[in-house]
Design a protein around this ligand. Structure first.
Ligand code: ZN
Length: 270
């Protein structure tokens, strides 16, 4: 930038000597000025880097800009270290979440989804030889459907709903923490991971569902981006889950798909 300023000063000096306003047609003068200031325009529009909200790396770069909710320009940054894609400063979230829309309006598939998660939990109990009645924390539980249909001891936690306070939630020990379609909504990922660290024990299994992205094959037409709604702001890759595994001191992370959901399991059991 210093070099550029020096260069610019000299150009301006030459410009003032040779291309004084009175010798030039006004249009030619405007074009010369535009040429001189063009690099400044480029500098001012250069995207800022920022730290990845999952792995804290600075290796992020602007991947694309997309119109969110039809009126906000969302800047999507790709982390070159963990491969996550995330929307910087999603200023529309308060507006979106304060709208009094019901789940029926925008998430009619939630019952089927949670029934599927429940059946996966039943399968896990068999395969991993877990106890018959688990203590489960449903993190980001929404309406608490899992608690309604499960035979396990399920604690609901959702900052947008009036369930147990965080202090109460922290008092219990959990065999399983489930985060069903939560991770893609997170802006403060580090706070979330710190909280999980407090809530888990070495035996706790964490089961998440979120669709994975492949950073080498991003398709803007993917419906999971939900640009018109704008509540999906953090898209995780397999490498992002490796970072989560390391941060939470787990031995294993595995990924599997059952029907229409992508599952991610962190555990020391397998
Ligand atoms: Zn990252």
């Amino acid at each position: 930038m210093l070099l550029y300023s020096f260069f610019l000063k000299n150009i301006l000096f030459v410009k003032s000597k040779i291309f004084s306003k009175k010798h030039l047609h006004p249009l030619a003068y405007f074009l010369c000025s535009a040429l001189v200031f063009f690099p400044f325009l480029s500098f001012s529009s250069e995207p800022e880097n920022y730290s990845c909200r999952i792995c804290q790396s600075n290796a992020t770069s602007l991947f694309w800009e997309k119109l969110i909710r039809g009126k906000y320009m969302g800047e999507y940054y790709l982390c070159n270290k963990c491969g996550s894609l995330q929307v910087k400063d999603p200023i529309w979230l308060n507006e979106t979440y304060s709208e009094k829309i019901t789940f029926t309006d925008y998430d009619p598939g939630r019952f089927e989804r949670i029934k599927l998660v429940s059946s996966v939990i039943t399968g896990m109990k068999k395969n991993l030889k877990l106890k018959r009645k688990l203590n489960i924390l449903d993190f980001g539980s929404g309406e608490g459907i899992l608690k309604k249909i499960s035979k396990d001891n399920v604690t609901n936690y959702d900052p947008y709903f009036d369930y147990s306070s965080l202090e109460e939630v922290k008092k219990n020990k959990y065999d399983l923490i489930v985060c069903i379609e939560v991770l893609e909504h997170l802006e403060k990922v580090h706070e979330f991971l710190s909280l999980l660290k407090e809530l888990k024990s070495p035996d706790t299994i964490i089961l998440c569902t979120t669709e994975l992205i492949d950073p080498n094959n991003l398709d803007p037409a993917w419906p999971y981006f939900i640009f018109p709604i704008g509540t999906h702001i953090t898209f995780w890759s397999e490498k992002s889950f490796d970072c989560m595994k390391e941060y939470l001191n787990y031995k294993n992370v595995s990924h599997f798909r059952v029907k229409f959901l992508s599952f991610h399991l962190l555990s020391n059991h397998i």
